[in-house]
Write a protein that binds this ligand. Structure first.
Ligand code: ADP
Ligand code: MG
Length: 675
């Protein structure tokens, strides 16, 4: 008898050599083997008469071997040729370099053969088909045959036979739908399974490998996908619960401070949008509780998240606590310093300090400050950061989960048992399915409304041959209307992190543009390998209108605010996710004048073009993110990789129906198990 926990070497015919090879496929235990799922199936349910076979198809036939001979080519390659015949006709089969087949096949015996049909010596031929004797158990050549991700020295055929052996030894192959028992083989109680219409786990494992029809495949997949998502939901619930057991550093006495906050809001140079008002209201509710806030605020670029965060900072200040605001880059940190100083100018004399790699305030300043704005340097923040009541994390998707945790811990460290409120800001649109999984442990608020007066950015796709004309048009716009332009270079490698190569390409592009295309304009270049100070200088020049065009690598400019920039060219647009394109595009068109975004592409792939076309049609980040999620999968966009959501084998992060189902189920299960 074997159990799921046993090493694979317990399975008959798996020795140490195969075990080593299986290790590379991350298969160590019997369970791992059963959870190495087929990635597709060959359908051999229809056994064809020989006469109906066509070249190029994969097929299964049943026929006797009528002749069996060994041959050699002129170059002494050996092959075995068999003639197979049924009432309707005959076909031949050929196996290369497998001389033993001559000994294993018997003339006169009936076999199933399955393989691809080609022409060989001008005759219809099955090339190296799998075969199995008729009237034996056939798992390779008839019915629906699973095809697995293979490894070195590990073929689908071999995996199939070992998986089949395990299922048999465990008795899973004898199960049917009535064998839905309350046993340890299934992790859920029977009643729970019934309620959520879940297939008995051992049966699902049997069906996923050896289904009788595709209906069984989809039922098995549903059960196994449920398990995956349910596991995530339980973890989320657990994290959420342990968060709720914490106590907040402070809770806001809203009644006492209401008028002061109101005063701050009326002191602003603009009226808050309704969406901003609602979110601000939600946040002050959060701050009143003695459980720390853990809220993620999503809003398109330019929707005005900063001022909402400022209201929270202000409330924290009124309560006598310090706020930390962490930005992913020094440029952004400086921009926040400027805008927040401006916002607080009228209502209060908040003391603000900047803490970055290049700017270190004195310890006295840190101690005295009500708000510390900084970059990663905050991680190493000195002990002066006492009484932290609120942590705001801007562009939170730019930080790893671990980094975020570290910052929170930092806050806790300074306050012993107490946890600061956490407000995360992101411009990355989050489809509901992602919000419920990847961000399932946080509360989510959305600013779904832009400040008044913004016009949607007109977006064009520009194929290679129209590129020179487009560049000339941009030049004219800059000269005539005194507009400014971004030119965003593509990622050179398949990563959203900036590599040296990307920087190199950006430099080359910069000199080319300056010399050949825009010799009479002033261009600047900014990329991630510049020192913070250098970056800042370029950006200040651009903001002050001393540069016409800013050439930038994709990661640099997140979040920066340049009101007069109304034009954007994005090179290699097909390399970007739609949500990233949308975020880039959000950098322009903030002055109320019509802005234009030109997506330069070189792809002829119709699917890519269709994807990019969505950019012309939609100006809603969420809609675009959903389209991308459908077409490209979650990618790295939503932090899925860091969260380990990559391990999902069957479930899809866009499967909202199943995600909602598992969330509800986890809630109920939590009640049953009291976790
Ligand atoms: P993001 O959400 O991308 O961080 P910001 O907070 O930087 O956006 O806001 C973008 C710009 O819009 C800023 O210049 C800000 O002053 C302005 N803004 C924010 N809210 C409003 C509003 N309700 N009315 C008009 N302008 C606003
Ligand atoms: Mg911002």
């Amino acid at each position: 008898m074997i159990t799921l926990k046993d090493p694979v070497t317990k399975v008959p015919l798996i020795g140490p050599v195969q075990a080593k090879k299986l290790e590379k496929l991350k298969i160590n235990t019997v369970k791992d083997l059963l959870y190495h799922f087929p990635h597709r199936y060959d359908d051999f349910t229809q056994i064809k008469p020989l006469a109906s076979i066509r070249v190029g198809e994969k097929t299964t036939i049943k026929a006797p071997v009528t002749a069996l001979t060994q041959h050699f080519t002129r170059t002494r390659k050996s092959y075995i040729m068999a003639t197979l015949a049924d009432d309707s006709g005959s076909i031949q089969a050929v196996w290369w370099n497998q001389p033993w087949i001559k000994q294993t096949l018997r003339v006169g015996q009936n076999y199933y053969f399955s393989g691809k049909v080609a022409f060989f010596s001008r005759k219809l031929t099955l090339t190296s088909p799998d075969y199995e004797l008729e009237n034996t158990e056939t798992i390779h050549t008839s019915g629906i045959v699973p095809i697995y991700p293979e490894g070195e020295g590990i073929s689908s055929k071999w995996l199939r036979s070992r998986t089949n052996a395990v299922l048999k030894i465990l008795g899973y192959k004898e199960l049917n739908e009535t064998s839905n028992q309350e046993t340890e083989l299934d992790n859920y109680p029977l009643e729970f399974r019934k309620k959520y219409n879940l297939l008995y786990l051992p049966l699902a494992l049997s069906w996923i490998h050896f289904p009788n029809n595709f209906g069984e495949v989809s039922r098995a997949r549903e059960r196994l996908a449920f398990d995956e998502l349910f596991g995530l939901q339980l973890k989320n619930q657990h994290r959420r619960q342990s968060w709720e057991n914490r106590r907040a550093t402070y809770s806001l006495n809203l009644e006492k401070n209401k008028t002061a906050i109101q005063k701050f809001i009326t002191s602003l140079p603009f009226t808050l949008t309704n969406a901003q008002k609602n979110v601000t209201q939600r946040i002050s509710e959060d701050l009143k509780r003695n459980i720390p806030m853990n809220r993620l605020l999503q809003g398109d670029v330019g929707s005005g998240k900063t001022v909402v965060a400022a209201a929270a900072v202000y409330a924290t200040y009124l309560s006598g606590y310090k706020s930390l605001l962490m930005a992913p880059t020094e440029i952004l940190a400086r921009q926040h310093l400027r805008t927040l100083s401006e916002l607080f100018k009228v209502s209060a004399k908040l003391k603000i300090a900047l803490l970055t790699g290049s700017t270190k305030p004195t310890s006295h300043n840190l101690q005295e400050s009500n708000l510390v704005i900084g970059t990663h340097a905050l991680f190493h923040s000195p002990a002066e950061l006492k009484k932290v009541g609120l942590i705001v994390i801007d562009e939170q998707h730019r930080f790893g989960v671990k980094q975020r945790g570290k910052l929170v811990d930092k806050g806790i460290e300074t306050n012993k048992a107490l946890t600061p409120h956490i407000l995360s800001l992101t411009a990355t649109p989050i489809p509901r399915s992602i919000a419920l999984t990847v961000y399932g442990d946080q509360d989510l608020s959305v600013i779904n409304e832009m400040p008044p007066g913004r016009k949607p950015v007109i977006t064009w796709l520009v194929p290679g041959k129209k590129r020179p004309g487009a560049l000339m048009w941009v030049k004219e716009q800059i000269k005539r209307k005194n507009h400014q332009a971004f030119i965003v270079c593509p990622f050179i490698e398949e990563s959203e992190h900036e590599t040296l190569q990307t920087v190199k390409a950006a430099k080359a592009e910069f000199s080319r543009l300056q010399k050949d295309v825009f010799p009479d304009l002033i261009l600047g270049l900014v990329h991630g390998k510049l020192k913070a100070k250098e970056k800042n200088e370029v950006l200040v020049k651009f903001r002050n209108g001393e540069l016409h065009i800013l050439v930038a690598t994709p990661v640099v400019e997140v979040g920066i605010d340049i009101p007069k920039a109304n034009l954007m060219i994005i090179e290699g647009a097909e390399r970007f996710g739609l949500a990233s394109l949308h975020q880039l595009r959000g950098r322009i068109g903030r002055s109320g004048e019509q802005a234009y975004c030109l997506l330069f592409t070189s792809t002829h792939n119709p699917e890519q073009n269709q994807r990019l076309n969505a950019m012309r049609k939609y100006h809603n980040g969420l809609k675009l993110a959903e389209i991308d999620l459908e077409i490209r999968g979650p990618g790295e966009l939503f932090g899925t990789r860091q969260h380990g959501f990559w391990d999902l084998k069957i479930a899809s992060l866009s499967d909202l129906r199943l995600i909602e189902k598992t969330k509800n189920a986890a809630r109920e299960y939590g009640k049953i198990r009291n976790i």
